[in-house]
Design a protein around this ligand. Structure first.
Ligand SMILES: *[C@@H]1O[C@H](CO)[C@@H](O)[C@H](O)[C@H]1NC(C)=O
Ligand SMILES: *[C@@H]1O[C@H](CO)[C@@H](O)[C@H](O)[C@H]1NC(C)=O
Ligand SMILES: *[C@@H]1O[C@H](CO)[C@@H](O)[C@H](O)[C@H]1NC(C)=O
Ligand SMILES: *[C@@H]1O[C@H](CO)[C@@H](O)[C@H](O)[C@H]1NC(C)=O
Ligand SMILES: [Zn+2]
Length: 287
């Protein structure tokens, strides 16, 4: 093989590996944004439609994974997709945990949510130094990511990225199970692989079985409350993700129906919370 071919291969492998390792997968983000957009107030819907590039056809969902696609171009944005918390503590504190590997403060998904919320507050004033289209796309993506339980995970296993497992017969890592596999299995099994049907069911549940809870999900005394979402996240990670095949401490193994059926409702709820809170945040910013 020519040297450049080796490089291309290595690069392709890197892309496959890292793109899988950061955030809900494409469908998780699509679902969050598609749940949020119909819940926007008139003012927020207008602002979003102004900020979205024309080619998005006013569909926030179509660009909800944009932040993952620019992770190579905007290398600095990489640590903004997650939070590493101390091993086994099962708690999160902004001051203690919201930093990157070099210890630089605010460089985590909660810090990024504050950052892009603040930037968007300047919308309509005409004096922002930032690209508010990018601010919107980052914010929509990061509110999704912070709801993926293993995006607020333990430091030494990098949110389950170093835990090798089998999902049924497929070799993967625990982090990927929560980014993609549970969602994909649910789509195949319950929705004939049609993500729109999945979204419709979640949307219906938000207005029926979850109606009163959804009010509580939106509650936030500031414009946005990422610290509350992160605290819920690490708790869900400890209660559900880091529980292994037999709810024990051994995490390596083969994950099948027991794990899928008991964790799928947790994923549903986190997706719904992400969508409801993204809408509430945008309504509050542009209200
Ligand atoms: C805040 O946003 C700016 C513009 O995208 C970026 O350069 C900076 O790294 C961000 N910081 C955080 C903590 O999100
Ligand atoms: C803002 O960011 C978007 C997405 O990266 C880009 O397409 C657009 O050209 C930028 N706008 C300005 C004024 O730089
Ligand atoms: C919607 O709610 C029903 C009734 O509680 C439940 O059986 C179903 O799993 C839920 N589906 C989703 C996607 O949340
Ligand atoms: C693990 O715990 C969940 C939730 O309590 C339960 O639904 C599931 O059946 C348990 N699985 C095993 C193998 O004990
Ligand atoms: Zn992400």
């Amino acid at each position: 093989m020519e040297l450049y071919q080796v490089h291309i291969l290595a690069f392709a492998t890197l892309i496959c590996f890292t793109s899988a390792a950061h955030g809900w997968g494409v469908d998780g983000h699509l679902i969050t944004c598609r749940l949020a957009q119909p819940r926007l107030s008139k003012a927020a819907a207008d602002a979003v439609s102004q900020l979205l590039p024309a080619y998005a056809g006013n569909d926030l969902g179509s660009l909800c994974s944009w932040a993952d696609r620019v992770r190579f171009r905007y290398h600095w944005s990489s640590p903004l997709h997650y939070i590493d918390t101390p091993d086994e503590l099962c708690s999160y504190q902004y001051k203690r945990d919201c930093k990157d590997e070099d210890g630089i403060e605010d460089r985590c998904v909660a810090g990024a949510i504050y950052n892009y919320t603040n930037q968007l507050m300047a919308y309509g004033t005409g004096n922002s130094q930032y690209n508010l289209t990018e601010a919107l796309l980052f914010l929509a993506h990061f509110i999704g990511d912070i709801h993926q339980p293993l995006h607020v995970g333990f430091t030494s296993d990098r949110g389950g990225n170093t835990i090798a497992v089998h999902w049924y017969t497929t070799k993967t890592v625990l982090h990927h199970v929560w980014d993609d596999s549970i969602i994909e299995t649910a789509e195949e099994r319950f929705y004939s692989s049609n993500v729109d049907e999945f979204i419709n069911t979640l949307q219906t549940n938000i207005t029926t079985v979850w109606a009163s809870q959804a009010k509580a999900w939106e509650a936030c005394s500031k414009t946005v409350c990422p610290d509350a979402y992160a605290s819920e996240g690490i708790k869900a990670a400890c209660d559900w993700a880091y529980k292994g095949v037999n709810n024990g401490s051994v995490l390596e193994g083969t994950y099948t129906d027991d794990y899928f059926m008991s964790r799928y409702p947790v994923v549903n709820m986190r997706l719904a919370q992400g969508g409801v809170r993204l809408a509430a945040t945008l309504n509050s910013i542009f209200g």
